[in-house]
Write a protein that binds this ligand. Structure first.
Ligand code: CP
Length: 321
C-alpha cells in the first residue's frame, strides 16, 4: 500500500442511510471504531469529549425502545447535547412537512439528526436537503443500518469472523428493514445468507439479492452458525401472511427441540422487541445461545462510532456530498 492510499480517510460520509451503499472497508471501519468505543461504557465516568459542543436531535416518528435510547446514550457518552423531538407535541400535528420541520431544527444549530420514520426514503430525503448529518434509525421497510452494524459487530465478537459463516434470517423478511440491512452487511463481509419463512413472507424474488430462500426451517438448521429470528410485524401486515400464529410458531418458531438440531455453538439472535412464545420460546431467548441483550449492549458502541464518524466527516473539507 502506498503512502497516498494510507492517507485516504476511511469514512467520508456525513450521513448513514443504508448498508447497501457502504463498501466492505467502510463497514469494517465502523466496526473497528465501535470496538474502540466499547470500553467507554465500562468506565466509572462513561464519557469521552469526542462530540463536546455538538448537538444531536432524536427525531422518532415511530415507537422505539432500543434504538431511541441507544442513540441518546451514545450521544451523551460522546459529550454531545441531546434533544428529543416529540412528534406528538410537534407542529407536524398542524401539517408541517418533515422537511420544513428538519430545516427549522437545523436552523437552531443542530449537528446530527437521527431519524426513524415509517416512510422508506425519508432519511435520504432529509440528507439531500440539510447540511447537518442524517443517521437513518429505520425507514419503513427499507433499511435499519445501525441494527445491521450491531448485528455484524455481535457476530464478529461471538464467532471471531463473519467471512464464510452460514447465517439464517428467519421470519417476516418481506416487511423487515432489519433483514434487508443484515443481508447487505453480511454479504459484504462474506457470509452466506439463507432467508427462511412462509412463502408469503419470504418470496423467491429475494434470490435476486443473492440469498438462498427456503420455506423448510428444520432442514437448514444443522448447517447454520447463526440464526437470526425476526419479529412478526403485525403492524406492517395488511393481512396476516400466514394461516395462524400457532401455525407460524409450529413451523418457524425457535424452541428447545429445534435448538437440539443446531450446531452446539449456534448463535441465536433477535433484534427485539421479541414476541415471546411466537418466533422465539422464552427459554431460548434467555438461554446460553442467545445474544439478544449483548446485541443491545453492542448497539451503543456502534452508534457512538456512527455519530462520531459522520460528524467528523461533515467537518472535513474532503467530505462526500
Ligand atoms: N431493534 C429495534 O429497532 O428496536 P426498537 O424498535 O425498540 O428501536
Amino acid at each position: 500500500m502506498t503512502a497516498a492510499t494510507t492517507d485516504q480517510p476511511r469514512w467520508t460520509r456525513k450521513d448513514l442511510l443504508t448498508l447497501a451503499e457502504l463498501s466492505r472497508e467502510e463497514i469494517l471501519h465502523v466496526l473497528d471504531t465501535a470496538q474502540g468505543f466499547q470500553e467507554v461504557s465500562t468506565r466509572s465516568v462513561k464519557k469521552v469529549p469526542a462530540l463536546r459542543g455538538r448537538v444531536v436531535v432524536n427525531m422518532f416518528f415511530e415507537d422505539s425502545t432500543r434504538t431511541r435510547m441507544s442513540f441518546e446514550l451514545a450521544a451523551q457518552r460522546l459529550s454531545a447535547d441531546v434533544v428529543d423531538f416529540a412528534e406528538k407535541m410537534s407542529s407536524t400535528q398542524k401539517g408541517e412537512t418533515l422537511l420544513d420541520t428538519a430545516r427549522n431544527i437545523e436552523a437552531m444549530g443542530v449537528d446530527i439528526m437521527v431519524l426513524r420514520h415509517p416512510a422508506a426514503g425519508a432519511a435520504l430525503h432529509l440528507a439531500r436537503n440539510v447540511k447537518c448529518c442524517v443517521v437513518n434509525a429505520g425507514d419503513g421497510q427499507h433499511a435499519h443500518p445501525t441494527q445491521g452494524l450491531l448485528d455484524l459487530f455481535t457476530i464478529r465478537e461471538r464467532k471471531g469472523r463473519i467471512e464464510g459463516l452460514n447465517v439464517a434470517i428467519v421470519g417476516d423478511i418481506v416487511h423487515s428493514r432489519v433483514a434487508r440491512s443484515d443481508l447487505r452487511g453480511l454479504q459484504k463481509l462474506g457470509a452466506k445468507v439463507t432467508l427462511v419463512g412462509p412463502a408469503t413472507l419470504v418470496p423467491k424474488t429475494f434470490e435476486a439479492l443473492g440469498a438462498r430462500v427456503t420455506h423448510d426451517f428444520d432442514a437448514i438448521l444443522p448447517e447454520m452458525d447463526v440464526v437470526n429470528m425476526l419479529r412478526i410485524q403485525k403492524e406492517r401486515m395488511t393481512d396476516s401472511g400466514f394461516p395462524s400464529v400457532r401455525e407460524y410458531t409450529r413451523l418457524f418458531g425457535m424452541n428447545r427441540e429445534r435448538l437440539k438440531r443446531c450446531q452446539p455453538d449456534v448463535l441465536i439472535m433477535h433484534p427485539g422487541p421479541v414476541n415471546r412464545g411466537i418466533e422465539l420460546a422464552a427459554d431460548v431467548a434467555d438461554g446460553e445461545h442467545s445474544s439478544i441483550l449483548r446485541q443491545v449492549t453492542n448497539g451503543l458502541a456502534v452508534r457512538m462510532a456512527v455519530l462520531f464518524l459522520c460528524q467528523q466527516a461533515n467537518m472535513s473539507p474532503e467530505r462526500e456530498d
